[in-house]
Ligand binder design. Structure first.
Ligand SMILES: [Zn+2]
Length: 307
């Protein structure tokens, strides 16, 4: 069985966990969550089943099968990461090497990987990731794994190492709703959040230029919430799987690598439905909205979000 990946690209707080869970209703798709946070070190993060990842039987089975596939022993495990271990801060002007990395040019990528330790690490963990996805497909007997990590560097490293088997969903949410969500979490620099929303989505758009049309789809979170059946049918068509009519956010056993608070509050047995939250419309001040408009209003309109 060939393993294929559905990669959710875009900015955090855009509903990627909800989309990941919706996709997981399908018998041929397994929700995976944010793999970029998986096994960075001894894993005390909680899986969506409620147990720590290191104590979750599901992830332990996957981890052992992954080590078997790589023919490595326990003491070598952390030498085969599935994420970039140190991570990096978002820069308003990306380093040239990052631009080359997210350009999706296979020739550049391979040439850089020979010269740069930084790019080589991306290349290496991408190869590890494909091994992991393959193991997960086999164990779960599914065609697709959902990786809702979202970042462009991870996306393009996965793409250049296995372009045929990657399907990308660029998920976008109204930047003002994302801003509201970030402010509620305790951040307070409106300009910085707006810039971040713009930059990350611009990086996604830049990366996606090199991915062929048949391998990418653009989805707005608001459409997913208000017209779930139609949007999900379009996604199933895009993936080439039979459509189903189950759109719950739980009610089956799931083991997602956590990305946000939704998972911490959602046990696998809950079956809540998708709801659109638009409280930002009442709660953001006109001053805050003006700052957002100046920084990111143009791109927000390009995504179809009007006043
Ligand atoms: Zn679990």
């Amino acid at each position: 069985m060939s393993s294929k990946v559905i990669y959710i690209a875009g900015k955090g707080h855009s509903g990627s966990t909800i989309l990941d869970l919706l996709l997981g209703n399908h018998p041929l798709i397994i929700s995976g969550g944010e793999f970029r946070s998986l096994w960075k070190g001894p894993d005390h993060k909680k899986c969506s089943c409620g147990k720590e990842i290191s104590k979750c039987d599901y992830w332990e089975t996957i981890r052992k099968a992954y080590m078997n596939a790589l023919e490595i022993k326990e003491d070598q495990f952390y030498q085969y990461p599935v994420c970039y271990v140190t991570g990096g801060k978002l820069r308003s002007i990306p380093k040239l090497i990052d631009l080359l990395l997210i350009s999706g040019n296979v020739r550049f990528f391979n040439a850089l990987a020979r010269k740069s330790n930084y790019v080589r690490k991306y290349q290496q963990f991408s190869v590890n990731c494909w091994t992991l996805y393959h193991v997960m497909s086999r164990i779960n007997k599914t065609d697709y794994i959902v990786d809702s990590s979202k970042g462009s560097k991870r996306l393009m490293s996965l793409y250049v190492t296995n372009p045929e088997n990657l399907k990308v969903i660029h998920l976008v949410r109204d930047g003002r709703a994302v801003l509201h969500s970030e402010l509620k979490r305790g951040r307070n620099d409106v300009k910085e959040i707006a810039r971040e929303w713009k930059l990350i989505n611009k990086h996604s758009l830049y990366s996606l230029r090199s991915i062929p049309l048949k391998n990418k789809i653009f989805i707005r979170y608001e459409d997913l919430c208000t017209n779930t059946i139609k949007v999900m049918r379009n996604i199933y068509l895009f993936l080439g799987v039979e459509p189903i009519d189950s759109f719950l956010l739980g009610g089956w056993e799931h083991h997602l690598v956590p990305g946000n608070s939704l998972l911490r509050n959602l046990s696998s047995s809950e079956t809540i439905k998708v709801m659109l939250n638009e409280t930002w419309k009442d709660q953001l001040s006109s001053e805050t909205l003006e700052i957002f408009e100046r920084v990111a209003g143009k791109l927000n309109k390009e995504f179809g979000y009007q006043d």
